[in-house]
Ligand binder design. Structure first.
Ligand code: GLV
Length: 314
């Protein structure tokens, strides 16, 4: 029987399995939705819906026609060494997820702009001291990565009065946002920023981009918000930049190893606020809708939507 296999080596995807089965039932009644490692006949598996899929699975599925990431990112799939070469890889592209990301970035920017980092320290010591207030326009926020999420975050910050700029691989135009592109423009982009936001895709050229050289280019006292991927940040270099006072603080939402171990040093650093990869996710019903829609497209001979370029890696 035609099978959609839901798989993750890291997360429990039971409720997504149910959402996928509900979305498929009216339009593809012959499709069964199985949750790995439940037994399924490998030859029946037409597609996988994956989040950190286990190694050694995808290349055992001879009829595989789609590898669907259940998130916006696909690096958790591309990192597999046994990825079948020709099978299209799709990702979720959701305007509601982009809105959620913009909300998170606005909150984290306000955390620094309204000095909540300082206020929380004062709270712990029962200190009543009003921090000075600056106008949003005086706070320069730079978004690295101007895909759907980065662009929405940039517009949201702009509309809330911040002075916003953006940096990406190729030049983008966003009204009211100064944009920079490519390696040569990273330094002038970073230099004036009070808050640096990383929303880049994880590629060979962005892996470890927030490193010692990067932190030496930011304005002293700037803050970092990382809602891209944990691997964008070199942890030791971040800690050194915080400890030297070069950086004022960081909100970190993503980590190379998730969940972040209770022993991890990042939890205890006074200038770091750890959030549990919560910045934004598409709803399960939307994920299921997009994946089932792609299966219907494949069945009717059309190309699936939102596929990624394996070379570019997003
Ligand atoms: C979240 O990190 C996603 O990739 O959607």
């Amino acid at each position: 029987m035609a099978t959609l296999l839901v798989c993750s080596a890291t997360d429990d995807l039971h409720t997504l399995q149910t959402a996928l089965a509900q979305a498929a039932a009216p339009v593809m009644p012959d499709l069964q939705v199985r949750l790995w490692p439940e037994a399924a006949d490998a030859a029946d598996v037409l597609a996988v819906a994956a989040w950190h899929p286990p190694a050694g699975l995808l290349n055992t599925l001879p009829q595989l026609q789609l590898i669907a990431s259940i998130g916006a990112g696909v690096e958790h799939i591309l990192r597999l060494s046994d990825l079948p070469p020709e099978v299209p890889i799709s990702r979720i592209v959701d305007s509601q997820q982009a809105r959620g990301m913009a909300e998170f970035i606005l909150w984290a920017t306000l955390h620094f702009h309204r000095q909540m980092d300082l206020v929380l320290q004062q709270h712990a010591q029962r200190i009543w001291r009003m921090p000075p207030q600056r106008a949003a326009v005086e706070c320069r926020v730079g978004i690295m990565g101007l895909g759907a999420m980065g662009e929405q975050a940039a517009r949201c910050l702009r509309d809330n009065g911040f002075t916003v700029s953006g940096w990406s691989r190729s030049k983008h135009g966003i009204a009211g946002v100064d944009t920079y592109a490519g390696d040569a423009e990273l330094k002038p982009f970073l230099a004036p920023l009070d808050v640096v936001v990383c929303l880049l895709p994880l590629t060979a050229s962005t892996y470890g981009i927030c490193n010692a050289a990067f932190f030496s280019q930011v304005k002293p006292g700037a803050a970092l918000i990382n809602a891209g991927r944990g691997e964008h940040v070199v942890t030791e270099d971040l800690l050194a930049a915080l400890d030297s006072g070069r950086l004022r603080g960081a909100v970190l939402d993503t980590f190379a190893q998730e969940p972040l171990s209770p022993e991890d040093l990042l939890w205890n650093h006074p200038a770091i606020l750890v959030t549990p990869h919560m910045a934004s996710a598409a709803s399960e019903s939307e994920i299921a809708r997009q994946i089932v829609d792609n299966l219907l497209r494949i069945r009717s001979g059309k190309s699936p939507l939102h596929t990624i370029d394996r070379e570019r890696r997003y």
